[in-house]
Design a protein around this ligand. Structure first.
Ligand code: OGA
Ligand code: MN
Length: 209
């Protein structure tokens, strides 16, 4: 038997009571390094594209955010991406058992913020879809320093909390509830943003989300 830890219970309790959780060391250094190298190689090959906000007719190159992104393809994951994906599916299953969130699927993309770029305060749900249940970010920055900036700022009822984008850390928060922003960093900032979704509602536009 593998040793049991209380991590899933602790995370489920945190999401239930306050809506967010930070898990340092969620991915190993080796996994972080492989994902970061892949993200940088994709960017060097011009395979990341300037992020847009909204979707369908509302979709526009964004002045709210300065990152470049590339969606993961669930049926064509690289070995590095597979490690992330499997770890996230374990989280999904554990939280579904404890919280009955009914999360069915994961969508995820690399995000590369050049130095100075950020993402203005926002929520992660599209106006026309309640499919996104839980937002996640895993950071891929191996040696992030306190004065590098680039924190994820969660805007909570009792004030903001800043999470530095330290490699291997997973942040989870309720997509509908929690406004958040990315503060500009002094150096390039890499992450994987992911969303656990309920089954999409009829008529919504999954392909373009
Ligand atoms: C997002 C987002 C936060 C981060 O992609 O929607 O809020 O810390 N990302 O990268
Ligand atoms: Mn967001």
């Amino acid at each position: 038997m593998m040793p049991q830890t209380d991590a899933p219970d602790t995370t489920a309790d945190a999401l239930r009571t306050r809506g967010w959780q930070v898990m340092p060391g969620f991915l190993s250094n080796a996994a972080v390094d492989a994902l970061a190298a892949e993200c940088r190689a994709l960017d060097a090959a011009a395979a990341l594209t300037a992020a847009t906000t909204g979707r369908g007719g509302d979709r526009a190159a964004s002045t709210l955010r300065g990152d470049r992104t590339r969606w993961f393809e669930g049926d064509a994951l690289s070995p590095a991406q597979q490690v992330y994906w499997d770890a996230m599916q374990t989280v999904r299953a554990g939280l579904n058992r404890r919280l009955l969130l009914g999360m069915q699927a994961l969508e995820a993309h690399y995000a590369l913020y050049p130095a100075g770029a950020g993402y203005a305060r926002h929520r992660d749900r599209f106006r026309d879809s309640d499919a996104r249940v839980l937002s996640s970010v895993v950071y891929l920055n191996g040696d992030w320093q306190a004065d590098d900036g680039g924190a994820l700022r969660l805007h909570l009822l009792d004030g903001p909390i800043d999470v530095p984008p330290v490699g291997g850390t997973l942040v989870l928060f309720l997509s509908e509830e929690i406004e958040h922003e990315v503060l500009p960093a002094r150096r390039e900032r890499l992450s994987i943003a992911g969303w656990f979704r309920r089954r999409e509602i009829a008529g919504a536009d999954l392909a373009n989300s």
